[in-house]
Design a protein around this ligand. Structure first.
Ligand code: AMP
Ligand code: ZN
Ligand code: FE
Ligand code: FE
Length: 278
């Protein structure tokens, strides 16, 4: 075993490229000690992998990456070690997925107005049951040769502030933190340096935030070290992962962040759900 963990991975159940079972195979080849599937607003990938684990596999933590908004910025919260059958949480995920569908329909009609003839049917077939997101729309634009690359879809059309961009109507982070705790889980701010969300850390500690994701491919080593210091100062947990989506670009390869396994122990110790189970 490598001594490392990766607590931030995506599958086709949100906007990753590997199916849950393909991801499990890839994780096996990396010899990690533990991993978590953190699809956006969906537990489907986690549940599929959970059913296929065998005794030699690395430990799997329940995980999800919740979409929230703070002052019009996207703010992602990772929740770990919660009850995957918690009723209110499952209902909230359903609600978030419905909001995603409505938003995708609005983006598609904007693109149609711009002469890009893509349809919701096409997006849904690309998403094939996943929580629909902009990456699926980017893929449709690419498949229709309306852009030359996945990144061009964001930089010309659907990236924040671009011509066909529509913000998601999300939960407030405070609501999501409360929900994560109700389900017995531990709530970690994902990639705090993205969109300068680190400015909200102290405020959200007041709302119960448990920790921050210091290890993330978007963070430079100096930023990561600063986040680890911030966590120490504020009594927060430290977490991390590759945010693997299976595409080239701004995310990492599985295991690439070399997150030490000590992070895992502290997250598990903090989880009410895990304490109640033992
Ligand atoms: P959504 O949840 O629908 O707002 O889509 C957000 C997801 O789109 C992120 O989690 C990334 O996977 C992807 N994404 C956002 N911005 C970009 C970008 N500029 N280039 C590539 N992928 C992006
Ligand atoms: Zn994503
Ligand atoms: Fe994220
Ligand atoms: Fe992510």
């Amino acid at each position: 075993m490598s001594g490392y963990i990766d607590l931030h991975l995506h599958t086709t159940r949100s906007d990753g490229v590997l199916t849950p079972l393909e991801l499990l195979e890839a994780v096996r080849s990396k010899k990690l000690e533990a991993f978590s599937i953190t699809d956006h607003d969906s537990l489907k990938g986690y549940l599929e992998v959970c059913r296929s684990l065998n005794d030699n596999d690395p430990e799997l933590l329940t995980g999800v990456e919740l979409s929230t908004s703070k002052e019009d910025n996207d703010l992602h919260l990772l929740v770990y070690c919660f009850d995957p059958e918690h009723k209110r949480l499952c209902e909230a995920l359903e609600d978030l997925r419905e909001r995603r569908n409505q938003r995708a329909a609005r983006i598609v009609s904007k693109l149609n107005e711009l002469g890009k003839a893509i349809s919701m049917n096409q997006i849904e077939s690309i998403a094939s049951g996943a929580a629909v997101g902009r990456p699926h729309i980017a893929q449709a634009l690419l498949n229709n040769k309306m852009v030359q690359s996945f990144d061009e879809a964001f930089s010309r059309f659907i990236g924040r502030g671009k011509i066909a961009y529509i913000p998601k109507v999300n939960f407030e982070p405070e609501e999501a933190i409360k929900l994560g705790h109700e389900a017995g889980g531990v709530v970690i701010m994902a990639h705090p340096m993205l969109d300068k969300n680190d400015r909200y850390i102290e405020e959200l500690v007041g709302a119960g935030l448990d920790g921050i994701e210091a290890y993330h491919p978007y963070h430079r080593p100096a930023q990561r070290n600063r986040l680890i210091e911030t966590a120490r100062r504020l009594g927060l947990l430290v977490s991390g992962g590759s945010d693997y989506h299976g595409r080239e670009g701004r995310f990492g390869d599985i295991g690439s962040q070399k997150v030490p396994r000590e992070c895992l122990t502290e997250i598990k110790n903090r989880s009410r759900y895990m304490r109640d189970m033992t």
